[in-house]
Write a protein that binds this ligand. Structure first.
Ligand SMILES: Cc1cc2nc3c(=O)[nH]c(=O)nc-3n(C[C@H](O)[C@H](O)[C@H](O)COP(=O)(O)OP(=O)(O)OC[C@H]3O[C@@H](n4cnc5c(N)ncnc54)[C@H](O)[C@@H]3O)c2cc1C
Length: 488
């Protein structure tokens, strides 16, 4: 129990993206449950909250500059929406035309049914799709009898793992655009254990991916939040994802959290030697200083590295080793009548072997309700990524021209958009390369020796919105335990 009149503990969170804000929410919740007094401050460098979550409402469009949805099978974002009273605002993907396509060998080809979480469980539809040749399919089926790797084998890349199980062609044409696209990454660098541990588990547990997918298919339930309505695999908010940020900010303000925009932090210093339970010092670049009992860095790893460079060079060094990729999204609004004949399903992905500029394109207004006016179609193109980042050096007009040229060539859309919206994301996507898990473990281990200092966010244990919320919540709970349980 907190003593009446006892001094509140102070916490500063650096970074007001989804990780920082959801960490603040979990801290407030936990402190209340522990009946403790907390003074929480969130410092954000930019003029807006939300970091990569950035919805723009313009001319009847809902344009998502960054993420456009989140996974419902990872429950943490759904649960947060529930706590914030946003459940009624959640929308599923549109019913009906829910196919997705891959651009392959000169045209769009539908991803086959029976592709359970990227693993094909039916070979007939796969053959019909034309995505993989007969010999390629036969090689894929070889997964059934290829033995698992021995325990303790060296960490594998996504490319190595899937090529070993499914063969080169299936990897290049079917798997690579799905797995590497999420990270805007290069599958030969990304660690399978860090990005998709579930596939390593399938191999270990069932002796193969197809065997494992079939076994799991039997046990699968429809994804949904706690007792809530059925949810599609991806969900979003009716008014766009920034509504999650807006509501979080509102609730945190009502809970007395100090939220400060335009406050770039320059460095963080630890309590000095003589102080047993001294304060951390968070220095803004303009030299204003915040003192706190605990500090959580919810900034990208390379920023956290800079903030700790002078006080904790060991941690800073490891944080600085996490690579990032840069991307951009280009949202294009077309007169519906001009493009609807070309658009089917939710959009398409592009295998890296095709050597195109696009990573993927989403037919946003077909995938989600309310994204455009009735007479318009909204298309979102995704460009850049590891090894293709030079596109970000072009000006907006040239990026738009390039996206249009790709759409014309790959899909046939040949008309001028009514409006175009480019969002650049420099060093935005952390790359979980081989060695990532060990690096994160080492970072967390080193931080245990600096009591009261934590890092959280997309750089560590999942870059999707639900993972950021889960990691932020776990971090908040760990700090509460350090502040109140271990201290008592
Ligand atoms: C184009 C794109 C599409 C994506 N699509 C999806 C998707 O559909 N679904 C999904 O789940 N995920 C998606 N993601 C990933 C997801 O959006 C991000 O991983 C997640 O939002 C990151 O949250 P974060 O809080 O960790 O980091 P950020 O959002 O980067 O927040 C960090 C914050 O720290 C602030 N900051 C930086 N330096 C300082 C400083 N010195 N002082 C104070 N503040 C500072 C920044 O301004 C920023 O606001 C996408 C990402 C991108 C870029």
């Amino acid at each position: 129990m907190s003593l009446p009149g006892s001094k509140p503990k102070s916490v500063v969170i650096v970074g007001g993206g989804i990780a920082g804000l959801s960490t603040a929410f979990a801290l407030v919740e936990k402190a209340k449950r522990m009946n403790q007094r907390l003074q929480c401050t969130v410092l954000e460098a930019q003029a807006n909250w939300g970091g990569k979550i950035s919805t723009t409402l313009v001319d009847g469009l809902i344009v998502e500059g960054g993420p456009d949805s989140f996974l419902s099978i990872k429950p943490w974002a759904l649960e947060l929406c529930e706590k914030l009273g946003l459940s009624s605002q959640l929308i599923n993907t549109n019913q009906g035309n829910s196919q997705t396509f891959a651009y392959s060998r000169g045209r769009l080809r539908e991803f086959p049914q029976g592709l359970v979480s990227m693993v094909p469980t039916k070979m007939g539809p796969l053959f019909k799709s034309g995505l993989v040749s007969w010999p390629g399919i036969v090689r894929m089926a070889g997964d059934w009898c290829i033995p698992s790797r021995k325990a303790g084998s060296p960490e594998e890349s996504l490319a190595s793992f899937f090529t070993r199980r499914f063969g080169q062609e299936a990897f290049d044409r079917l798997i690579e655009p799905l797995v590497a696209g999420i990270y805007a990454g290069d599958a030969t660098e990304l660690s399978v254990a860090a990005t998709f541990p579930q596939f390593v588990d399938l191999e270990t547990k069932y002796g193969g991916l197809i065997k494992g997918a079939l076994a799991q298919q039997k046990a699968r339930r429809a994804p949904q939040g706690k007792g809530g309505p059925p949810r599609s695999l991806f969900v979003t908010l009716q008014g766009g994802l920034s509504d999650l940020v807006g509501r979080l900010v509102e609730v945190l303000q009502n809970e007395g959290v100090t939220l400060s925009l335009g406050k770039p932090v320059g460095r963080v210093e630890s309590p000095t030697g003589s102080e047993v339970r001294g304060k951390w010092r968070v220095h803004l670049v303009d030299d204003e200083v915040f003192e706190a009992d605990g500090v959580i860095l919810a900034t990208p790893a390379y920023i956290s590295s800079r903030l700790l460079a002078s006080s904790h060079p060991d941690v800073a060094d490891l944080l600085g080793q996490i690579p990032y990729a840069s991307t951009a999204t280009v949202s294009l609004a077309f007169p519906k009548a001009d493009v609807q004949a070309y658009l089917n399903g939710f959009g398409f992905v592009v295998p890296r072997v095709e050597n195109r500029k696009l990573i993927a394109a989403t037919w946003s207004s077909l995938k989600w309700a309310g994204r455009a006016k009735d007479d318009e179609s909204l298309i979102r193109c995704y460009v850049g990524g590891r090894g293709r980042e030079d596109i970000l050096e072009l000006n907006d007009d040239r990026i738009v021209a390039l996206a249009l040229a790709e759409l014309q060539d790959m899909v046939g859309v040949n008309t001028t958009p009514r409006s175009a919206h480019v969002f650049r994301w420099a060093q935005a996507m952390p790359q979980y390369v081989i060695g990532h898990r060990d690096r994160v473990k080492a970072i967390r281990q080193l931080l245990t020796t600096h009591q009261g200092l934590y890092v959280t966010g997309a750089a560590y244990e999942g870059l999707g919105i639900p993972d950021c919320i889960r990691d932020g919540t776990d971090t908040a709970h760990a700090l509460c335990a350090a502040l109140w349980e271990q201290a008592s």
